[in-house]
Write a protein that binds this ligand. Structure first.
Ligand code: THG
Length: 261
């Protein structure tokens, strides 16, 4: 499972406060905590700062990479912010994300063209958020095809079928899960990625719903997630689901978790 650490997101109040005073120590601690807990990429999101977003996203990348030897997931709908962050990023970043929204798509495709970056292909278009499995598949297929035409290998593409709150529509859980299964079956070699926490929006005991949902998604083939890697309940659900889905050879990762590794 490819883990993207979600904690450095300016929509969280503590992170927002730290960014305002450019608190390097706070951001570094948060990066280190997620790296130590097993993150593969550190997500950085400064979307709430609007005009200042390019400058802040670059500052976050430099601050994170000043303390951990990990690439970042550049989490922004703004091509300008992504470009600014790429200018200072070391190693192989993850673009979070390209979508079928025309402006974003047209601006990001040339940046991604023939690069070796990883890219999240978000199932969203100018028609809004998809609700059915078919709508998700339709967008996924278009994004995968155009990325492949730009020489991006399937192995660098992480399709995000878009998790939506199940309290607003009973079918949102199932439609997402079926989309994961169909994307992983139809486009062999591609990856899937998502943020889990939207599923439980508006409901009590969100952590229970989030970790149950990720276990169900792993069973359908999900192999990437934007989560808090320091959340032991979430991480143990992921390891348990992977061993039960037959994706943990000799049960090694699961066993090691309980050996304190
Ligand atoms: N898909 C893609 N990118 C995304 C999302 C997605 N980026 C943003 C978001 N969704 C994923 N990131 C977060 C970041 C923080 C939280 C939720 C989603 C969050 N964190 C807890 C809090 O602040 O209370 C703290 C973590 C915890 O205690 O476990 O809510 O869907 N491509």
């Amino acid at each position: 499972m490819h883990i993207v650490g979600e904690l450095i997101n300016a929509s969280r109040q503590a992170v927002n406060d730290a960014i305002k005073v450019r608190d390097v120590g706070f951001i570094k601690d948060m990066a280190k905590k997620q790296a130590d807990a097993g993150a593969n990429h550190i997500d950085v999101n400064a979307g709430v700062f609007l005009d200042e977003e390019p400058a802040i996203l670059s500052w976050l990348v430099q601050t994170v990479q000043g303390v951990v030897d990990l690439p970042c997931s550049l989490d922004s709908p703004s091509p300008k912010a992504i470009e600014a962050a790429l200018a200072v990023h070391q190693g192989r970043p993850m673009i979070n994300s390209i979508s079928l929204e025309e402006d974003r798509y047209q601006a990001l495709l040339p940046i991604i063209d023939s690069s070796d970056m990883k890219v999240i292909a978000l199932c969203m278009s100018d028609e809004g958020m998809p609700s059915t499995t078919d709508e998700r598949l339709n967008i996924a297929e278009k994004l995968i095809n155009s990325l492949q035409q730009k020489n991006v290998p399937l192995d660098n593409i992480y399709v995000d079928p878009l998790v939506q709150p199940v309290c607003t529509n009973n079918d949102f859980g199932v439609e997402f899960l079926n989309a994961v299964e169909q994307i992983m079956t139809k486009f062999k070699g591609v990856h899937t990625m998502c943020g889990m926490s939207n599923i439980s929006y508006g409901l009590p005991n969100r952590k229970l719903l989030n970790k149950t949902f990720i276990a169900m998604a792993v069973a359908k083939g999900l192999d990437g997630a934007i989560v808090n890697p320091a959340d032991e309940g979430m991480m143990s659900a992921i390891y348990a689901a992977e061993v039960l889905a037959g994706r943990d050879e000799f049960c090694m990762n699961y066993t090691n978790l309980y050996r304190g590794k």
